[in-house]
Design a protein around this ligand. Sequence first.
Ligand code: BTN
Length: 247
Amino acid sequence: IFNKCICFDEIDSTQRAIKKLAREGREAGIVVLAEAQTDGRGRMGRSWQSVGGRNLTFSVLLRPALLPGEVQLLNLAAGLALKNALREECGVAAELKWPNDVLCRGRKLCGILSESAGEAERIYYAVTGIGVNVNMEPGEIPQELRGSATSLLIESGKSWPRWRILTAFLGRFAALLELLSSGGGAEALLELYRAGCDTLGREIKVICDDGSVTGTASGVTAQGAIIVKTREGEKTFAAADVVHLRA
Ligand code: BTN
C-alpha cells in the first residue's frame, strides 16, 4: 500500500503533516519523510529529537478497520516489522520492548508513535510515525541521551543507506497490516508479536500515570495491552512505559 512518498528537507513534524493530509481526505499509504523536524513529537507528549540527514524520520497514513481501543496494534506491528527488517536486512539483533521500542543492548534505536482520529465505533484514520537512529555517530547522540540511545551505525559498525531501512520496514509493515485486516485478524498478528517481543516472560517495571508496578510480563491482550503478574495479582496496562529489569 505504500506507493506514494512526499519528502521534506525540513518540517515541524511528519506526524502533523500526515494528519493534515488525512483531514484533506487523502488515501491510505502516503508516506511523509523529512530530513529534519523542528517539532518532532514522541509518546506521552514528549519531544523527539533527531539529527538532520542522519536518521530516518517518517510517518504513514493508514485507514485501518480498527476500533479506537485497538490502535495499539499498529504500534506492535510497526515494532515487529522494524525488528525483523533490522535482523534480515542489516544483521542487527534488536530487542522489541512492549509496546514498540526497538532497542539494542538496552538502548533505544527507534521510536514509534501511532495516533488516530475517529469516533467510538470507528476510526477515520491512523498515523504511524517512526524515528530510527540510522547513521548517528556516538558524538551526535544528544548528551542527555547517551547511555539510553544508540544508532544502527554504532551497533553495526557501518553506515547504511536510509532508503534500504525504509523499504525493508515498509514491506514488512505492509505484510503485517495485511495480516491484521485479513481473516486471521488481530490474533494472527499477535501470535507473531508475542513470539518476537522480548518483554514477555521478563521481570519488568511498568511506569504509568498512577505510579509504578513491578512483576512478570505474562501476555499481550487482543487490543495489544500488556498483562503483568504482580504480587497483588494480574494487572493489564493499555499504555505505559516499561523497563526491562533483568535478562
Ligand atoms: C517515542 O516516544 O518513542 C515515539 C517517537 C516517534 C518519533 C517519530 S519521528 C517521525 C514522526 N514524527 C513525529 O513528530 N514523531 C514521529
